[in-house]
Design a protein around this ligand. Structure first.
Ligand SMILES: [Zn+2]
Ligand SMILES: [Zn+2]
Length: 477
């Protein structure tokens, strides 16, 4: 048998509700050892491999978790067997779990490692290409050993518990975090560790128009280290009042130039945003994609972000954003503003919204915010659209004002900051924010969730936590 070669470390995303149940099971206060299995979706990206916990199977002491042959205790064969087969059939990774004592650091014992070496080659055969491995928890730490086909194996670098706030668990407390002088005032709130989390964060912004350009400005300023931006459009003269960081010529090249050349000279919105981010943070890593988010290869760039912002208002983008949040365990925020003006010029309630969409809740589909009719309309190619009388509504150019976008975006960026640095209250309102500018009124919409929803629920066939082996609703090529 070839000796194990080690590969790059992997990461784990643990939805809050799974972690809560697991933690109660492992640490009931008896200082004993307990077991469980997690089945997890797999996400491969340029950052390496990340698993997204989808299912938790608790092992009952004495029945599923029994005295071990060599170690103290072990998961019983029958308990493992049905789960590894399920992992194979659903294209999920298999993770066996137990706990040790201790608090802030943890590692596998020699007996643990012996049992992996003895058991995992056979499990890999059953799993048919899916990774298998183990996690060992202490109260505030976790270590992991993951095996891939070919007996390659890798250590866990960190697990992110994702709920209202995000908490990171490591095998041992991280060291060497430096104070960044430029962010001194923020560090006084978030701590150097919090500021470092922002530096390491990868944030996706979908749509870099009025709202997206404000998000880019705010998040660039606070020191987010990595951006993925997607928008296929170039700036128009009528965008200039709302595009943060845009210069006059980005949207209005000299009028004496031939029209085609003028068009060619107009800047892409993603490039304006990237330039603007670099202005405040030259070290930021930025992937500026001049393409539609709905293209499969563009959407794939967003599946390993730490947080997503949806600032594009098509139904297709909503559907896909919502799917990525749930399928890949990435919290997100949809922002938008609406100014209803009737044909006769009457102005209705002017409002903006910031809707937090967390994996497993706050689903845009459950809340009727994704219209199947409008999805169909959007699937019709532009040229064919003009023949449809009922589409006239969408041809009317909607009013839009920078200040209203700013209200929604400031709130969304704020939520991101407190979420990432772990300062969000666990019991914070999950309601969606709605600001009505004419009434000076802040209100909240309580999102509902459907137990059978195929997007966000825990039902058998839902996309929740499925990772790469489940189809995303991207645009047909
Ligand atoms: Zn152990
Ligand atoms: Zn749903």
């Amino acid at each position: 048998m070839a000796s194990n070669s080690s590969v790059a470390p992997w990461r784990l995303t643990l939805p809050e509700h799974i972690y809560q149940r697991l933690s109660k099971h492992l640490f009931p206060g008896d200082n004993d050892e307990h077991g469980a299995i997690i089945l997890a979706g797999v996400c491969e990206s340029d950052r390496g491999r990340r698993l997204i916990a989808r299912e938790l199977h608790l092992a009952i002491d004495g029945k599923d978790y029994v005295p071990g042959q060599r170690g103290y205790r072990m998961l019983r064969g029958e308990f493992i067997q049905s789960r590894i087969v399920r992992a194979r059939d659903m294209r999920l990774a298999y993770l066996a779990i137990h706990n040790h004592g201790g608090t802030n650091s943890v590692s596998f014992s020699p007996d643990d490692l012996w049992s992996h070496e003895r058991g995992y080659p056979a499990l890999l055969d059953i799993a048919r290409g899916m990774p298998v491995g183990a996690l060992v928890f202490a109260k505030s730490a976790v270590a992991g050993d993951l095996w891939y086909p070919g007996l390659r194996r890798a250590e866990l670098s960190a697990a992110a518990i994702v709920g209202r706030c995000r908490r990171l668990l490591y095998p041992a407390p991280p060291t060497g975090i430096k104070h960044q002088e430029v962010y001194d005032r923020q560090s006084r709130l978030f701590g150097d560790a919090g500021q470092d989390i922002l530096r390491q964060a990868r944030v996706g912004i979908i749509g870099l128009g009025g709202a997206g350009s404000i998000l880019a400005e705010l998040l660039g300023r606070v020191g987010v280290g990595e951006f993925i931006l997607a928008d296929p459009d170039r700036a128009e003269s009528s965008n200039l009042p709302r595009l943060i960081g845009a210069r006059h010529y980005d949207g209005m090249p000299p009028a004496w130039l031939p029209a085609q050349l003028q068009n060619w000279l107009r800047s892409y919105k993603v490039d304006i945003a990237a330039r603007n981010i670099r202005r405040s943070n030259p070290k930021a890593g930025i992937k500026a994609i001049r393409r539609n988010f709905l293209d499969a290869d563009v959407a794939a760039q967003f599946t390993d972000c730490d947080y997503l912002f949806l600032a594009a208002d098509t139904m297709g983008a909503r559907l896909l954003f919502n799917a990525i949040v749930h399928q890949y365990g990435i919290p997100g925020m949809q922002v938008g503003a609406k100014i209803p003006v009737s044909n006769s010029g009457d102005v209705g309630d002017v409002f903006c919204v910031a809707r937090a969409v967390r994996p497993g809740s706050g689903c845009l589909w459950c809340n009727g915010l994704i219209s199947a009719n409008r999805l169909q309309d959007e699937a019709v190619p532009e040229a064919a659209k003009r023949g449809y009388a009922y589409l006239d509504d969408s041809e009317i150019v909607a009013p839009s004002v920078v200040t209203m976008n700013a209200v929604a975006c400031a709130h969304a960026a704020d939520d991101f900051l407190f979420h990432m640095t772990g300062l969000k209250y666990e019991n914070a309102e999950s309601a969606w924010l709605r600001w009505n500018s004419r009434r000076n009124r802040l209100s909240h919409d309580e999102p509902r969730s459907d137990d059978e929803c195929l997007e966000c629920s825990h039902s058998e066939n839902s996309r929740l936590g499925r990772g790469d082996y489940f189809v995303l609703p991207t645009r047909a090529g």
